[in-house]
Each structure stands twice: as C-alpha cells, then as structure tokens.
Design a protein around this ligand. Sequence first.
Ligand SMILES: Nc1ncnc2c1ncn2[C@@H]1O[C@H](COP(=O)(O)OP(=O)(O)O)[C@@H](O)[C@H]1O
Ligand SMILES: [Mg+2]
Length: 376
Amino acid sequence: MQERKTTEHSPTASGAGPDTGREVAVELTGVTKRFGEFVAVEDLSLDIYEGEFFSLLGPSGCGKTTTLRMIAGFDEPTEGNISVAGEQVRGVPPYRRPVNTVFQSYAIFPHLNVFDNVAFGLRRAGVQKDEIRQRVTDACEMVQLAGFEKRRPNMLSGGQQQRVALARALVNRPKVLLLDEPLGALDLKLRKELQLELRTLQHEVGITFVYVTHDQEEALTMSDRIAVMDSGVVRQVADPATLYEFPHDRFVAGFIGQTNMFSGRVEAVEGDRVTLRTSDGEKIEAKGQEAIEANSEAHVAVRPEKIRFGGDGDNVLSVTIEQVVYLGVSTQYIAVRPDGEKIVLYQQNSHDTAGPAEGERVSVAWDAANCLVLGG
Ligand SMILES: Nc1ncnc2c1ncn2[C@@H]1O[C@H](COP(=O)(O)OP(=O)(O)O)[C@@H](O)[C@H]1O
Ligand SMILES: [Mg+2]
C-alpha cells in the first residue's frame, strides 16, 4: 500500500494531533474524461481532505457529474488517476470503493418501508440482525427520521424521501459520501432548510462530503471549499469567502454572486495598485492580484454592495439611475453610465436613508481595494 498523502509532511498515525496535516480523502491527478472526441473533464487535479465538505460547482454540462461518477467508479478516467482513502481505485468496482452516492432522484424502493430501505445493503452484505437494527436506528436518527421507520415512501414528503436515501448511504459508513444535486428536486424553502441540516449532519458524522451543485448560493452556504468548474476545467478552488472576495478570473467573478465588470487598458502599475483606462476614457483604480503589465488589456470587477452613493472614493463615476428595486433588506439600483454601460449596486435599507429615485443623476464611488484585476 502506498503511503497516505497529507497536507504536511507528518506521520499518518490515527492519533495525530490537531497541528499535523489532514489526510487526503480523495485525490484526483491529471484526470481527463473523453466521450469519443468530446472532452468532458480535462486534466483535473484536486485534493479533497478528510472531513471536508467539498463542492463541485459550475453550470450545467461543465463535467460535475462525470467527475463524481469517476470517483464513485461508474466511469473510469480516460487519463489520470484517482485515489480514495489512499488507495488507487482504477478498476475497482463501485461497490468495493469506500464511497456511497446520493443522487437527485431518490433511488429508494417504493415497496419497502423506511427501515427496510435503509437496511437493504446491510442485509445483502450479511450483517448480523442486531447490528442491522442498531445501525439503521442510528442512521434514521441522524437524518431525523426516527419514528418513521415503518412508513412506506409514498407516505413521505420529497424531503423525507431524500433523507431515506441519505440514511441508506450513511448506514454503510462510507469514507466519502458523494452527493449529486441531492436537493435539486425540492422546492426553495425546503432546499434551504435541508442545506443547513446537511451541513450540520456532515459536521456531526465527520465523513468527507463531495457535493455537486450548479447553485452558487447553495455551494457558498454549505461548503468548506469549492471547486468552480467551467467546460470540464477547474477555474478556482477556494473557500467561499475567498471565491467571492478574490475571484481569479472573469468566469468565477461572474458565476459567484453578481459583479460589475470594466474593460480597458492598463495605464500604470504601482505595487498592487493598477490604473485602468476604459474605452470611454474613465480612469479606474484597482487592486492587482498577480503581476500585470502596463499597456496590456485588462478587466476589473467590483461587487454591487461595494459601490456607494456620493463622490468620495478612489473611483467616482457619474450615472443616471434607471431602475430601483426594493428587496426588503436591501435595495438594488441599476444605473447607466454616459456610454450606456450599466452598473448594479446594492444598498442596505434603513429607516433614515432614502436612496435616489429613477431618472436621477448621481455620483457613485468605490475604493480601489474593492476593485480587482481579473485574468481570463
Ligand atoms: N456517457 C456520455 N456520453 C457522451 N457525452 C456525455 C456522457 N456523459 C456526459 N456527457 C457530456 O459531458 C458533459 C458533462 O456532463 P456532466 O458531467 O453530466 O455535466 P454536469 O453534471 O456538470 O451538468 C456534457 O456535455 C454531457 O453531455
Ligand atoms: Mg450533473
């Protein structure tokens, strides 16, 4: 058996203290998946740590499910390697991998009650009756289905059916739980409740979760770290706050939350301060993330809540308010620059401040520190 990989060079004793590195639960190395000529996943390398809630996030068709299926063993990579819990898994069939998968469709047996659904895999594996009872009871408790053991799926709500699917996966005590848009079929309110529940559950059981979603808000709510995917390629891997505050490229900035984008030519670079001149002559001060050269073309992004009304700041633009949308906690303003480009900004609502009205001409401002130069 190969040596387990850790975040640091440290022994992998199970009694390792909190300062030693975390073990890698799933490791993808240069994984490519082709379907004929079509490249669904391209040269993907990822380390997912033990006990982590890790999400694969991206638009439909970007390769999330394909990646999950390769970890589960339903598909093999065309190139590259996958290890789960320190073991190479090429050629290992799904049922022999230390993983379980929960799909969007509930995949539970309609003719079996909750208990028998959850017990199904254990019975087939020949586990002792007493142990089955204990493990099924524990699993039902974990997903808040205690007391529902005798019910048939048709007497359960969609959310409860998905809990059964979850209990069925957890009862096997997998090292890694793979979840492919498990809340996708549920309505918004229930989805939000279950997002928080799943997150709590994951903390309690400590199993590594690899969670697939196309919903950026869902990924931000639940994940320790997120890999943002686009057309088979990972664009950025980071924790939610870093992805939001420091998106690496235009795709990530546009996919996570809302953003205002400006394009232009770099006029000056001083330290991490970059001056950009837009095609309509506006000067914009921004923060560079990596080395950038004067005279190159660049894009900068600023989040809607970082822009405020008034003429104070590193960047000031005069705009006309086109639309005001009251959203409860905040108000969204859509403003137009003289060249016709739009800017979106959000202001927190409070009792004593009224924002500008539609048609009004105002100044908006923001600081260079909140305005990032982006790649790609
Ligand atoms: N078995 C297959 N044969 C051919 N193309 C496939 C197959 N599975 C997936 N694809 C293609 O690979 C791309 C990625 O699919 P998928 O991983 O399901 O995306 P996602 O889960 O991110 O929506 C899509 O364009 C899809 O049509
Ligand atoms: Mg999918």
